[in-house]
Design a binder for this molecule. Structure first.
Ligand code: ADE
Length: 230
């Protein structure tokens, strides 16, 4: 069983619609609705976690405990932090960090969750390779790199520059680190797949409105191709 998490309904509805109807079962927990069934030959559970790291971590733990998932995949959209990564392009996580975790007053590097043994949560090598192959097949440009997660929509040049200089991340979003941290603690492989909807700068809210659905479509295409390859 593979768990597929998207924050918003728009990010998962098309994937849910592709589940083989005769295999579909639906259950509810922690205010989330879990759709289990066969997607292009793979047993999956698809769920909308809600926005932000608390929701995505809760959702990951339910998938691990109740659905016994062997891997977690996060699908959705993100703001680009790299001038070469454009709207519609895909980012595949190499690792993920919390860009808004800051206990540096105690000597921890920024982003470090106090008392944990790692700064970032590495994504699974096999899942990264599968995502890269899938993007080659469907013909959408992809970039592998660090994802920076925070409980904020980044829409200013100053915040964008801070995240790039502190963490060297290539995109920013609001759920990945909740999933990466839950996966790390539970020793479950994971990967984040994000299509770019905006540049996380002063034009971000306008770009987001215009390009959200195009970006979501690209992320969904990639997830479906991955299911055929896994
Ligand atoms: N998701 C899509 N664009 C984003 C941005 N600029 N900041 C945070 N999450 C996002």
């Amino acid at each position: 069983m593979i768990g597929i998490i998207g924050a918003m309904e728009e990010e998962v509805s098309e994937i849910k619609d592709c589940l083989e109807p005769s295999t579909l079962s639906i259950s509810e927990k922690a205010g989330m609705v879990f759709y289990s069934g066969t997607l292009l030959g793979q047993e999956v559970t698809v769920v909308r976690s809600g926005v932000g790291k608390v929701n995505s971590a809760l959702c990951s733990q339910v998938l691990i405990d109740d659905f016994y998932v062997k891997a977690l995949i996060n699908t959705g959209i993100a703001g680009s932090l790299d001038r070469d990564i454009d709207i519609g392009d895909i980012v595949i996580s190499k690792d993920v960090i919390h860009h808004d975790m800051d206990a540096s007053i105690f000597g921890d590097p920024k982003g470090w969750v106090p008392r944990m043994d790692t700064l970032s949560f590495p994504a699974d090598e096999e899942l990264i390779k599968t995502a890269e192959t899938a993007s080659d097949i469907i013909g959408i440009r992809s970039f592998i790199g660090r994802v920076a997660t925070g409980d904020q929509f980044v829409a200013s040049k100053a915040t964008k520059e801070r995240i790039v200089s502190e963490f060297g991340a290539i995109c920013t979003e609001m759920e990945g680190a909740g999933i990466g941290q839950a996966a790390y603690i539970n020793r479950v492989p994971y990967v984040i797949i994000r299509a770019i909807s905006d540049k996380a700068d002063d034009s971000a809210n306008m770009d987001y409105a215009e390009f959200e659905s195009h970006a979501i479509a690209n992320s969904v295409k990639l997830i479906c191709k991955m299911m055929e390859l896994i």
